[in-house]
Design a protein around this ligand. Structure first.
Ligand code: NDP
Length: 241
């Protein structure tokens, strides 16, 4: 039987927060469109009504095609979660240009691409929610995070202004801003010294929050009645300073 709940699209659903969020929404009966580059990981996920697509978020056509495929089965995307992200940390002066550009491409352009794929339709339907994963790094800068900070600050600014411009159309925009969460995000940092310095804090928090904590926050935010818009949710482990 087809689910009665609307379609939820999630980028970066193959790992960490995206994966936990996909599982939770599927458990609650939402059909989910799961997007990531490692599509085999998405295919292996044993969850309810899902469509998987190999998507690199830096390529808008790949997102567009995935959404088209899922909407043909489950109707319009009512919630888009722009979650895909990378965090190659390093001192600004040492970081390669490739890592710098990749950080901007995935974390900013990827979000813009996702928003552009659904926003006009949401406006036309006068209904929809876009949730963008930012970070505490979108609120304040910290050592070895220059490009990541820049990307997340940009996501905050873009999301807030898009929210204002589309509020009248009943479209909600939410920024989720987690502190440390125990996921695979550190895999993209290759400088061992930088990683070790970061891990001192992370280990002090025993890894920090878990991905399911953020998934719960996303579900809570989305399931509020449409006239209630949580604009920002800054959420950290209690002992994170
Ligand atoms: P993970 O590394 O566990 O997951 C990242 C996800 O992003 C993966 O599914 C990966 O899939 C996907 N991804 C990366 N690059 C691309 C790309 N070019 N195209 C499509 N998908 C891509 O990290 P998290 O779960 O922690 O990160 C999720 C979000 O949460 C990110 O935006 C991150 O910045 C944010 N965040 C995380 C925090 C933390 O402490 N973990 C704190 C604050 C914010 P694949 O490789 O298969 O493409």
């Amino acid at each position: 039987m087809k689910p009665t709940k609307p379609l939820v699209a999630i980028t970066g659903a193959s790992s960490g927060i995206g994966k936990a969020t996909a599982k939770l929404f599927a458990e609650k009966g939402y059909p989910v469109l799961l997007m990531a580059r490692r599509v085999q990981l998405l295919d292996e996920m044993d969850i309810g009504h899902k469509i998987t697509a190999k998507v690199d978020v830096t390529d808008i056509e790949q997102i567009r095609q995935a959404i088209k495929k899922a909407e043909a089965v489950y109707g319009p995307v009512d919630l888009l979660i722009n979650n895909a992200g990378i965090m190659p940390m390093d001192k600004y002066v040492d970081q390669s240009l490739k890592d710098k550009y990749d950080t901007l491409d995935v974390n900013i352009k990827g979000v813009v691409n996702g928003m552009d794929c659904v926003l006009k339709d949401m406006n036309a339907r006068q209904h929809g929610t876009i949730i963008n994963l930012s970070s505490v790094a979108g609120r304040w800068t910290s050592i070895d995070h220059a490009l990541y900070n820049g990307a997340k600050f940009a996501v905050n600014a873009i999301t807030e202004q898009a929210r204002r411009e589309n509020a009248e159309n009943n479209v909600r925009f939410t920024l989720i801003e987690p502190g440390m969460v125990d996921t695979n995000l550190l895999d993209t940092t290759t400088n061992q010294e930088v990683l070790d310095a970061y891990l001192i804090n992370k280990n002090r928090l025993k890894g920090g929050l878990i991905a399911k904590d953020i998934a719960d926050a996303i579900l809570y935010t989305y399931e509020l009645p449409q006239h209630i818009s949580i604009k920002e949710l800054l959420i950290t482990h209690t002992q994170q300073k």
